[in-house]
Design a protein around this ligand. Structure first.
Ligand code: S3P
Length: 169
């Protein structure tokens, strides 16, 4: 159950369906959807890829924190599709734990994500060796996702609607 005043925050690796599941949840709950990558792109007028290549990852991570904290502080209960890397910062993890929010970790075996990330132009980290990078990210981030999660939902072999139902149940 999602309480009326709670944000729903989707976290998880790239390709786990945070944005697509977020769209379904936002529609079902009649709430706005905030996709942190899209908010960053709208705000800066640049793509995630451009920010990574022109200014480097630390600049992108600072923008990511700014957008996440703002979204969590908003009085309008929303669905927040947080970018995969939000859990890397301790400050972000603390904010996720302190917020009035249900944090849902969309969990997948990394080998199941390789096909799903092919279309993602906003994922420069996966330009070389996506399978290996996803496996390494899964290993290093798994404890961080676990630390912030109020709920863990496996997405392996499930449709977007099945995942959304599991969250709403
Ligand atoms: C990243 C995930 C991407 C995007 C950037 C970095 C990551 O977002 O923010 O490429 O480090 O996990 P999605 O998780 O929405 O694909």
């Amino acid at each position: 159950m999602i309480a009326a005043d709670q944000h729903v925050v989707l976290v998880g690796l790239m390709g786990t369906g945070k944005t697509t599941v977020g769209r379904v949840l936002a529609e079902r709950l009649r709430r706005p959807l905030l996709d942190s990558d899209l908010v960053i792109e709208a705000r800066t007028g640049r793509t995630v890829r451009q920010i990574f290549s022109d200014d480097g990852e630390p600049t992108f991570r600072a923008l990511e924190t700014e957008v996440l904290l703002e979204a969590l502080l908003s009085d309008t209960p929303s669905v927040i599709a947080a970018a995969g890397g939000v859990v890397l910062s301790e400050r972000n993890r603390q904010a996720l734990q302190a917020a009035t929010a249900k944090v849902v970790w969309l969990r997948a075996e990394p080998e199941n994500l390789v096909d799903r990330v092919r279309t993602g132009v906003h994922r420069p980290a996966l330009d070389d060796d996506p399978a290996g990078t996803l496996r390494r990210m899964h290993e290093s981030r798994e404890p961080l996702y676990r630390e912030v999660a109020d709920m863990i939902v496996s997405v392996d072999g499930r449709s977007v609607h099945e995942v959304a139902e599991a969250i709403l149940r």
